[in-house]
Design a protein around this ligand. Structure first.
Ligand code: SAH
Length: 251
């Protein structure tokens, strides 16, 4: 297996592929002012194995197109939708977030948890706006600095991983400049990282390593993940995911 296949193997058994939580998804629904009874059309972009998709399907009267460019994740999501009895609400779609097969003004809501960084926050919010109806709402979580300065070890790590990492004020400014009205923001609490994402991952390392013959490549992946977890535990006062909620301006 190459590195990509190993990463897929590590992550596809998980409930989520990034920090988040069901109650935080529900909180964002509230802040966005989404009517739970309205027959909405939602796109969940970079859905992974569908943690947020399933919560949206459970709570809302919506048709959700769940998009990821990895067919393996989409297959897991489709199975989970079926076993949760919500497959009628969910259309799984294997596509790239950079080339979405959507029509202009097709959606009431665009949802994206822990995924917009793959296209870059600024490009994502600009490119996806056309798919929102007038006054449609964008909800996106994005890694965010919680303070105006931070230790250089942390700065160096994340600037290298994702140069667009920035403060909430900078992200909100991007939304304003891109034709949105920011209507809500909150920070994902620690349990979204540790209990919901890193702990389950940590528990899966031994099985992952033995499945993959304890290969050097598999061990390198576990080491990189462990390093990321250590950085989080050491520096969690300085960064988290911010959840950004913004309404499309009617221009
Ligand atoms: N929303 C999920 C997954 C977050 S991880 C959760 O919160 O658990 C980011 C996801 O984005 C992964 O599933 C990855 O496969 C997907 N992704 C990365 N680049 C992509 C692209 N160009 N197009 C579509 N999906 C992409």
């Amino acid at each position: 297996m190459d590195e990509f296949e190993l990463l897929l193997d590590l992550h596809k058994g998980a409930n989520r592929q990034g920090p988040g939580g069901d109650s935080e998804t529900e909180k964002a629904i509230g802040l966005a002012g989404i009517d739970r009874n309205a027959p909405l059309k939602i796109a969940d972009i970079g859905c992974g194995t569908g943690a947020s998709t399933l919560t949206l399907a459970r709570l809302l009267n919506a048709k959700i197109t769940a998009v990821d460019f990895l067919q393996d994740f989409i297959d897991v999501l489709a199975n989970r939708a079926h076993s949760n009895g919500v497959d009628e609400k969910i259309t799984p779609l294997c596509a790239s977030m950079e080339q979405l097969p959507f029509k202009d003004e097709e959606f009431d809501v665009i949802w994206s948890e822990g995924a917009i960084y793959n296209i870059g926050f600024e490009k994502g919010v600009a490119d996806w706006k056309r798919y929102l109806k007038p006054s449609g709402v964008l909800i996106a979580s994005e890694i965010t600095w919680l303070t105006s300065s931070r230790p250089s070890e942390l700065q160096d790590h994340w600037s290298n991983e994702y140069p667009e990492i920035d403060t909430a004020s900078a992200k909100i400014n991007i939304l304003e400049r891109s034709g949105y009205t920011p209507i809500g923001y909150f920070v994902l609490p620690e349990h979204c990282w540790l209990d919901n994402y890193y702990e389950p991952m940590r528990k899966s390392f031994d099985a992952f390593l033995s499945r993959n013959g304890n290969s050097e490549e598999a061990r390198a992946i576990v080491e990189a993940e462990r390093h990321e977890i250590e950085l989080y535990e050491k520096y969690k006062a300085y960064f988290s995911y911010g959840v950004y909620i913004a309404k499309k301006l009617n221009e």
